[in-house]
Design a binder for this molecule. Structure first.
Ligand SMILES: Cc1cc2nc3c(=O)[nH]c(=O)nc-3n(C[C@H](O)[C@H](O)[C@H](O)COP(=O)(O)OP(=O)(O)OC[C@H]3O[C@@H](n4cnc5c(N)ncnc54)[C@H](O)[C@@H]3O)c2cc1C
Length: 488
């Protein structure tokens, strides 16, 4: 019967690292009981550090996440991993101050309680000044319109625009989607990219009433709940450090960086993995935890139908520009968490996080002698249909971002430090047909056995969704551990 099962995980972002972690025993491994549970795993990461999108930079003396900066801690897979890695005490909440939309020449309060821009409270929406009188009246049509039967795979736009009108759609729905997916509502599948909106629209006549009822049905918790989204002291890279630490202490796990996989070929009953920066590796199973466009190339020779299925998953590039200012240069510390920008405004900025106001812990531990703490602003540019940033060099990009910070926030001062991070082909777009593509990929990967896909390109773009997928894929591989290892 089976000896040790050899698994290669391609891609050392959070998805690949978490898959490897669960393969060698998960919480058992983190408790030091990591004999690998019958699995020997090698993570092959092309970059010179593990973590993928998760990274940070120290700008003006403050260490800021330059990729993801918030973890959906209410998701069980995230809460469990943070606890297993002993990071519970390092969770840090956001300040809870409000966010804004830069709309019609001013920063206007983002009405609280909206799911992907669908309002569930009318008064804050009215007060926000986001909508004109007609837009507000038109939004109310959702209350009286008959139920619209959903068929096929509608876009988010097809569901929301008819119900709430153009103003809610342009000024609320689109900017919120931009912030999460860097995507556009006219292309994204509601079922795949906004499942909550899809199921509410499927089951109820009025979306506004469905959301409002859900809010009033929720009993107030006995003790204050922790915020849904949190960060970690020292940044979300602590998750990466934690996972790499456990894998490093597990004798049957190896994490290689600077290891770019260029080919997967059938070899005996398993696979031979070759590439740059590592010796050819023979394994029984291969987990592809890369973006879908990288998986497509690697799958082409061994599983062409699966390659065809994932080829249809488009990606959009984004960049983050982090600027550190003295409080005087920005005219005081901003009193919110940041703002989003509706695409209809035709600006370069997609959104902007006032990092030091949103995450007070970023200034924890500063010496009182260090003077006034800096104000750190993190701008995000790039969304589906707007890749203007990619044609600008860093100096031009920073100038363009500063021009918009001046127009939106009145920031005219010079930054003391700036950091630009470019992330081409970073954000997967779950466009119409995404669920069909995943089904086709699953069917195609049933034969030959031993090939798996995981990561942000497939079943959830956020970190918590990546962690849940990683756990599931590790369980699927582990289910084969008891099978005899095929003779080479
Ligand atoms: C600017 C930005 C902000 C975000 N904000 C948030 C947020 O606040 N909260 C949240 O939950 N999510 C956020 N996300 C999404 C989240 O960061 C990603 O979904 C998640 O990090 C993806 O992890 P992954 O491991 O699936 O992919 P990646 O992090 O992309 O990792 C894939 C890895 O595969 C490697 N690779 C590719 N090809 C090969 C090859 N041939 N051989 C070897 N290695 C290869 C790459 O080098 C990379 O390291 C954000 C994303 C971006 C870009």
């Amino acid at each position: 019967m089976g000896g040790t099962r050899r698994v290669a995980v391609i891609g050392g972002g959070v998805s690949g690292l978490a898959t490897a972690y669960h393969l060698v025993g998960g919480s058992d491994a983190s408790q030091g009981a990591g004999d690998g549970h019958g699995v020997a795993v090698t993570v092959l990461e092309a970059g010179d550090r593990p973590g993928g999108k998760i990274d940070s930079a120290t700008v003006g003396g403050v260490t800021v996440d330059t990729g993801p900066d918030a973890l959906m801690i209410k998701a069980p897979a995230a809460a469990e991993l943070v606890a297993d890695l002993g990071l519970d005490d390092d969770l840090r909440p956001p300040s809870g101050r409000g966010a804004y939309l830069w709309s019609k020449g001013a920063l206007r309060p983002l009405p609280p309680g909206s799911v992907f821009g669908v309002p569930d409270k009318l008064w804050p929406l009215l007060r926000s000044g986001l909508l004109g009188p007609w837009g507000f009246v038109r939004a109310g049509a959702d209350l009286v319109l008959p139920r619209a039967p959903l068929s096929g795979d509608p876009t988010i736009e097809e569901i929301l625009r008819p119900r709430f009108g153009t103003q809610v759609f342009d000024r609320l729905v689109e900017p919120l989607l931009g912030g999460v997916h860097a995507g556009r509502a006219g292309r994204l599948s509601a079922r795949s990219a906004a499942g909550e909106v899809f199921s509410l629209a499927e089951g109820r006549r009025s979306l506004y009433l469905a959301l409002r009822n859900r809010r009033t049905d929720q009993r107030p918790p006995a003790s204050p709940p922790r915020p849904a989204l949190m960060s970690l002291r020292g940044g979300l890279g602590r998750l990466v450090d934690g996972l790499v630490g456990v894998l490093g202490r597990t004798p049957s796990a190896t994490v290689l960086t600077g290891a770019t996989v260029t080919s997967i070929a059938r070899h005996g009953g398993g696979y031979r993995i070759t590439g740059d920066g590592f010796e050819p590796l023979d394994v029984d199973d291969v987990v592809l935890a890369t973006p879908a466009w990288a998986a497509e190339k690697l799958l082409r020779p061994v599983a062409p139908s699966a390659a065809d299925a994932v080829k249809g998953i488009p990606y959009v590039g984004v960049a983050t520009v982090v600027l550190a200012y003295s409080p005087e240069a920005v005219g005081g510390v901003p009193s919110g968490t940041g703002f989003l920008v509706p695409p209809v405004e035709r600006r370069l900025l997609v959104g902007c996080t006032w990092s030091t106001s949103k995450w007070p812990h970023l200034l924890e531990g500063r010496s009182p002698d260090a003077g006034d703490p800096p104000v750190v602003i993190r701008a995000m540019v790039g969304r589906d249909g707007d890749q203007a940033w990619s044609g600008m060099d860093d100096a031009v990009l920073v100038t363009a971002v500063r021009r918009e910070l001046a127009a939106s926030m009145g920031v005219h001062g010079e930054p003391d430090a700036v950091h630009v991070r470019r992330l081409p082909l970073a954000m997967p777009q779950y466009t119409v047909g995404h669920a069909d593509r995943l089904r086709a990929a699953d069917r195609a990967l049933a034969e030959p056995p031993g090939l798996y896909l995981t990561g942000a390109g497939y079943r959830g773009v956020g970190l918590a969704a990546c962690l849940a997928q990683a756990k599931n894929v590790a369980a699927a591989v582990r289910a084969r551990v008891a099978e005899p290892v095929p003779a080479a």
